[in-house]
Write a protein that binds this ligand. Structure first.
Ligand code: 13P
Length: 249
């Protein structure tokens, strides 16, 4: 009952003209997609992307948003602006934002609450570092991140949320979690959601995998019981590779 979703996180790559070119390249290749397809370019490229995505089956996502509506917050972008730009999804709490831009579980939660209030759909990132994995605390880490991110979220909003399990050690590393490993952690995350809400509610929320997912490993990861899609970094920057992942669903 959960529709799979494949989202491309372009990170800090592509200018507006390059954004249009990349979209033009892959949009005919994903026309028959049996999943939701999302691209998340930089904020500066959202307007160009929206124009290029008109009359396609591809949705627009942003990589970040601020939790206030307006005010003296130099450099930030508000939900209302994203909505006007045709944005539907927002990535929140990516490990790169936690690492380089002081994103915390608290700001992640504020952003989740604000996006839901504005009817944007958050893609909330959780995942352990290599050291945490080696200490064997992956479950504790994702459990805590999930609980804090969803704090104050009503049960009625759960189905608008996507959680992306992105083990930090697998991001941009050319090394993925095995499909069993990723599926097990994703099942644990779903169990946490069931504890907070109800088992039924936990079945409505999509949980996807991110971390060196590519055209070669996508099929195996996506054929597991609980992985509902992917958040793709590097491989989403090449039209044919991204399309192959989408079409692996
Ligand atoms: P890579 O696919 O490049 O490992 O990046 C994953 C990611 O961080 C997506 O948000």
């Amino acid at each position: 009952m959960r529709k799979p979703i494949i989202a491309g996180n372009w990170k800090l790559n592509k200018t507006p003209s390059q954004t249009v070119r990349l979209i033009e390249e892959f949009k005919p290749l994903v026309r028959e997609a049996r999943c939701e397809v999302v691209v998340c370019p930089t904020s500066a490229c959202l307007f160009a992307a929206r124009e290029a995505l008109k009359d396609t089956n591809i949705s627009l996502g942003a990589q970040n948003v601020f939790y206030e509506d307006s005010g003296a917050y130099t450099g930030e972008v508000a939900c209302d602006s994203l909505l006007e730009l045709g944005v539907k999804y927002v990535i929140i709490g990516h490990s790169e934002r936690r690492q380089y831009f002081a994103e915390t579980d608290e700001t992640v939660n504020k952003k989740v609450l604000k996006t839901l209030e504005k009817r944007l759909k958050p893609i909330v990132c959780v995942g352990e570092s290599l050291a945490q994995k080696q200490f064997g605390v992956t479950e504790e880490v994702v459990r805590m991140q999930t609980r804090l991110a969803l704090s104050g979220v009503g049960v009625g909003d759960v189905e608008d949320i996507t959680i992306a399990y992105e083990p930090i050690w697998a991001i941009g590393a050319g090394m993925t979690a095995s499909s069993t490993e990723a599926n097990d952690t994703i099942r644990q995350i779903r169990r946490v959601v069931a504890e907070i809400y109800t088992p039924e509610a936990s079945q409505k929320l999509r949980i996807i995998y991110g971390g060196s997912m590519n055209a070669r490993n996508a099929k195996e990861l996506l054929s597991t019981s609980d992985i509902d899609g992917g958040l793709i970094g590097g491989a989403s920057l090449k039209g044919d590779l991204f399309a192959q992942i989408v079409n692996a669903v």
